[in-house]
Design a binder for this molecule. Structure first.
Ligand code: G6P
Ligand code: MN
Length: 449
């Protein structure tokens, strides 16, 4: 089997390759093709992968290319993990919103809309090349904003594209561990959109253990999300929210914390990552050591401002492993490729699984995976405050896709204005103008007909 990784020069690619090296099942991935727009980044990550492979007999071959068509031809699986506009684009997403007094964040709020606007045209072009060159490939999309991008790519690829995220699995694992269960033993009732969902139940041997967890002070204290949101709030919700809901439930605190920091997450990562790639290219012999060091640093500082503000403390050791990102990708890929049955929380068209949403809307819910594909499992109706938020943000995603596809400024302003974290239509217009002045591509892509 051939796996093509789009964004193959990305910092998390060694995690995926490491998982492939540990995989002993058959059939296996024999060749990994890395595609990236940057030959330098490909070279740097190539050094890390070579060091990882050393000592393994028969590691998957690695080929790198900056030619998209060459990368896609005959791929059985495509991982898409690209960052259109790079981390510089992320800093613009954050800063324009913060300068208007709004949340400046990678995927949530106006930053996510701006990220989506510039990513969707690229994702659609990629989807069209996949449809032409590898029509039978499974496409696993990590590209953020993952729910929105998966929904956009479905227009070309249908059910062959599946979106994934590590945060729901991380939440479920933390809840299981706090209850003394081995990870993967309980059946989660998790529902929502990507970066906007709740764990509402955790069935184990026919019983829902979530109420026990919510009632237990000591066990709850071990769950990062409970520390972030506070025991009282998770108890009144009767659910454990995804960590990204902090931006909705504690918007003022999040804006103050992120805006008050000297640098945004994007700004800090831009500096860290530029230095990392330079250093690896300068001293390839130290590539793996350097990668491991930077990875620890990156994972340990993840959501640091909001955790500090909430008094949530340090991250757990088990979460300093990028939340199992690579494990999810590998489990999905091997189940699709080899068969068997797995239940995984994925981003797929909800069908009738989530009452209150259009059947073709991409949702993040537990799904049954086998060699035939992915089927969402039915969920209980959502309380209206959960459902209303999900519906509103789903419409923001759809308006963003419409704006990116048609180039309509009116649709773009509607997308910003519909976002629950944008408090005025005037501000929505200022956001579009601000993003267009910082991101030249957006100025040409979105303009009056
Ligand atoms: C989690 C989320 C990803 C997100 C990442 C940001 O893994 O699931 O969707 O991109 O965090 O991490 P970073 O280190 O880039 O801030
Ligand atoms: Mn994610």
């Amino acid at each position: 089997m051939r796996l093509t990784i789009l964004g193959g020069g990305g910092f998390r690619v060694p995690l995926v390759y490491g998982a492939l090296l540990r995989d002993t099942g058959r059939p296996r991935v024999e060749e990994v093709v890395l595609y990236d727009v940057s030959a330098e980044r490909l070279a740097a990550i190539g050094h890390v992968l070579a060091a990882l492979a050393a000592g393994h007999d028969d590691p998957p071959r690695v080929r790198a290319t900056t030619d998209l068509d060459e990368a896609l031809r005959d791929a059985a699986f495509v991982f898409s993990a690209v960052r259109v506009g790079g981390l510089a684009g992320r800093t613009a997403d954050e800063r324009v919103a913060l300068d208007l007094g709004l949340l400046g964040q990678e995927t949530v709020g106006p930053g996510g809309v701006a990220f989506g606007l510039r990513t969707i045209p690229v994702a659609l072009r990629v989807a069209e090349r996949i449809a032409a060159l590898a029509p039978r490939a499974w496409v696993i999309n990590f590209t953020n904003p993952a729910g929105m991008i998966t929904e956009a790519m479905r227009a070309v690829l249908g059910d062959r594209v599946i979106g994934i995220c590590d945060s729901p699995a991380g939440l479920v694992r933390r809840a299981e561990t706090a209850l003394g269960l081995e990870p993967g033993r309980a059946a989660p009732d998790y529902v929502g959109l990507n970066h906007l969902g709740w764990l509402r139940g955790l069935a184990y041997q026919g019983r829902d253990l979530l109420p026990d967890l919510l009632a237990d002070d000591a066990a709850l204290a071990r769950v990062e999300e409970a520390r972030l949101f506070g025991t009282e709030w998770v108890r009144s919700l009767g659910a454990l929210p995804n960590e990204y809901l902090y931006y909705y439930y504690f918007t003022r605190e999040a804006v103050a914390a992120i805006g008050g920091a000297a640098r945004t997450r994007g700004e800090a990562l831009l500096e860290q990552q530029e230095r990392f790639y330079q250093e690896v290219l300068g001293a390839p012999g130290d590539a793996l050591t350097e990668w491991r060091r930077v990875r620890r640093e990156r994972d340990a500082s993840y959501m640091a401002e909001t955790r500090d503000t909430a008094g949530a403390g340090e991250r757990e050791e088990a979460d300093l492993a990028a939340g199992g990102y690579e494990g999810i990708a590998l489990a999905l890929m091997t189940t699709l490729g080899r068969g068997g049955r797995e239940t995984m929380i994925l981003n797929v068209a909800g069908g009738s699984a989530v009452p209150g949403l259009p059947a073709d809307a991409v949702v993040e819910v537990p799904c049954l995976v086998d060699a035939g594909g992915v089927r969402p499992l039915a969920t209980r109706p959502l309380p209206l405050d959960f459902l209303g938020l999900v519906q509103q943000v789903k419409e923001v995603e759809r308006l963003t896709i419409e704006a990116a596809v048609t180039g309509s400024p009116a649709a773009a302003v509607r997308a910003f204005a519909a976002h629950p974290l944008v408090d005025s239509v005037t501000v929505a217009r200022d956001l579009l103008a601000g993003y267009q002045s910082r991101i030249p591509d957006l100025a040409t892509a979105i303009r009056p007909a």
